[in-house]
Every structure is written in C-alpha cells, then in structure tokens.
Design a protein around this ligand. Structure first.
Ligand code: PEP
Ligand code: MN
Length: 335
C-alpha cells in the first residue's frame, strides 16, 4: 500500500501518516519527490485502518500495490533515481547515457592501460574489467583477483575514469569498497541472496545484472534485497536472456528498457556484448538500446581481441568502438 500526499509536502501530515502506520507495527518508506511525497507501507496492511488514513490531512490517494517489490517500484518513487559516482558522474534520469567500456578481464598493466586510454579518448566515462571471473569451466582463466583490482585502481589514477568490476564473494567486499566505484553483480549471482543482503549494508553503487533466465520481476526482487538493506544505489543491467536462439550467445531483451522504465525508478544499463556474443552485432544493439531509452551501456573493448584471455570474440577494437561512440552521441537525442 502506498499513501500519496497532496502537493506541498506538508511535514506534519507526513509525520502523522508515518506515526499512525508505525504504531500499527508496519514499516514506512518516505520518498520525497520534486512534486509529491509518497509513503510506502511495508508489512501486514490488514493492521492499518484505511479510513483513518484517508482522514489524515493532505492524504491525496491510497494505492494498493500488488507488486512484491516495493522499494524498486516506480509508484513508491515517482522520480527517476540518479546515481552519482565519486567523481560527480551522474547516471540515470535526464542525464546523458553513460558508456562503460573495457576488457572482459584485467590481464596485465600494459593491456589495461592501453585499453583504458583508448576507451577514454573515445568518450567512455567508466572503465570496466573483471578481476574475479565467473567461468563456466573451472579450468578457464579465473581472473587476477586482488591484483586485478589494484591494476584497475592504477588505471583510475592514470585516466580519471571510475571503474566497475564484478564481485563474487562476500569476503571480498572490503577490497571492492577500497578499489572500485561500481560493484558489478553478475548474471550468475543475481539470486545469491546472502551476497545481495551484504550489499544492502554498504553505500557503493551496485550494477545488478539480470540472471540468465530471470524474469523482470525476479530481477526487481533481487534489486529489492539490496534496497531493503538500505543501499539505494542500484543500477539494473540487461545482458541478454536464454532463449532457443543459437546464432547469438543470448537474446537481448530490449523490451526490458521500457518495461523497467515503467515499473521502476532505477537506471537501466544495457550490456550488448554478453547479450549477442559476437563483436559485429554489438554496434547495432548498442544503438538500438540508446534509442530505446537506456541510461547507459557496458561494452567489451580489447586492443587485441584475438589474444584476449576471455570473450575476445565479442570485444570491439578501439577504432570500431570510437566510431560507435560518435553514433551513440548523435542518437542520444532520440531517447
Ligand atoms: C561480465 O560482464 O564480465 C560478465 C561475466 O557478464 P554476465 O554476468 O552478464 O555474464
Ligand atoms: Mn565478458
């Protein structure tokens, strides 16, 4: 249940609603928008007398929400969430789409610094690079671990680009707090609830990827875990879902963009690289994602894809990436 207050944001009326609801044993979440304040009720609604609520001054409307996610729901938070990184970069809302780019995994300093400089000069605003890699085979390259994070930190110092990297284990949270600007939760861990609960206790922005076969509702429920813990800095990332199609690695669900925009206030980022799995399909899907209204993209780029430790076949070379960035810039006005 959501209580929508009249325009004007009258503090004493808002407090009256909160006191009444909390006295009944429920929790409240107050979201102050530019125009209106909405108060979400969390708990057993049958304990709340609706007619009393309606009689409180400035209560404009009471909406029953059947969705199982509340904090992630647009109703609860009519304004778009905008995530601000440490360097002031804003993601979401009316801000320009943000492009994150870099190798699938950090391999060594020479490679990372070369790619970081290339994506920066093409206009990327965040550097990506995995340090712990969730590989299907235990014999495949697993990432450099802490050393990889240190190299990302060095690349941030050299380029000024904030960095995003994937966390797989709660025990590494302190390292990620120290070295990265955005913590990525990969598709395979979208429903690792103990990991999500720990992420609710920190403030660092989280890029939550959609699970391999997750519905949008399941994905939003995972976001809810992080939000419910108190971390409101969640970015959603669509990276393709499993379908019967074999010509692409996954099927990019671009319809997730307008659906998420309607159902949630959280920013949505598209990962065309893991969605299609082939470099030559990446530009088309990147451009389509921007026009569909995505708040950003995360794209794999490698200066020598044929030598990449993983996902070389889906990496763009810097020159192609740079051309794509020009197209993305031109298309941003159609969002
Ligand atoms: C990645 O971005 O490096 C990655 C492994 O992606 P996903 O979790 O979407 O497969
Ligand atoms: Mn990859």
């Amino acid at each position: 249940m959501i209580v929508v207050m009249n325009h004007g944001n009258n503090a004493s009326s808002i407090q009256q609603v909160v006191d009444f609801v909390e006295k009944a044993g429920l929790k409240t979440q107050v979201s102050k928008g530019v125009e209106r304040t909405v108060i979400g009720l969390i708990g057993d609604k049958t304990k709340v007398d609706r007619s009393v609520l309606e009689s409180i001054p400035d209560v404009a409307e009471i909406i029953d929400v059947s969705k199982p996610y509340k904090r992630a729901a647009r109703e609860m938070h009519p304004d778009d969430t905008v995530i601000t990184l440490n360097n002031g970069l804003k993601i979401g809302g009316k801000n320009e789409p943000v492009v994150m780019a870099g190798p699938c995994t950090v391999e060594n300093w020479e490679m990372l610094s070369e790619i970081a400089e290339a994506v920066k000069s093409a206009g990327a605003k965040v550097l990506r690079g995995g340090a712990w890699k969730p590989r299907t085979s235990p014999y495949a390259f697993q990432g450099l671990g802490e050393e990889g994070l240190k190299l990302l930190d060095k690349a941030r110092a050299a380029t000024g680009l904030p960095v995003v990297s994937e966390l797989m284990d709660t025990k590494d949270i302190p390292l990620f707090l120290k070295y990265v600007d955005i913590i990525q939760i990969g598709a395979r861990n979208m429903q690792n609830f103990s990991l999500l609960k720990e992420l609710g206790k920190i403030n660092k922005p989280i890029l939550l990827k959609r699970g391999l076969s997750a519905t949008i509702e399941e994905w939003l429920m995972s976001a809810e875990y992080i939000l419910a813990g108190g971390n409101t800095n969640v970015l959603l990332c669509e990276r393709g879902i499993r379908t019967m199609e074999k010509y692409t690695r996954n099927t990019l669900d671009l319809s997730a963009v307008p659906v998420i925009k309607k159902m949630s206030h959280l920013p949505i980022i598209i990962d065309p690289s893991h969605a299609v799995g082939h470099w030559d399909y990446v530009p088309a899907m990147s451009k389509a994602a921007i026009v569909a209204g995505a708040d950003g993209l995360i794209i794999e780029v490698h200066s020598a894809p044929e030598k990449a430790a993983c996902d070389g076949g889906q990496c763009l070379k810097p020159k192609l990436f740079s051309g794509l960035m020009q197209d993305i810039k031109a298309l941003s006005k159609y969002r």
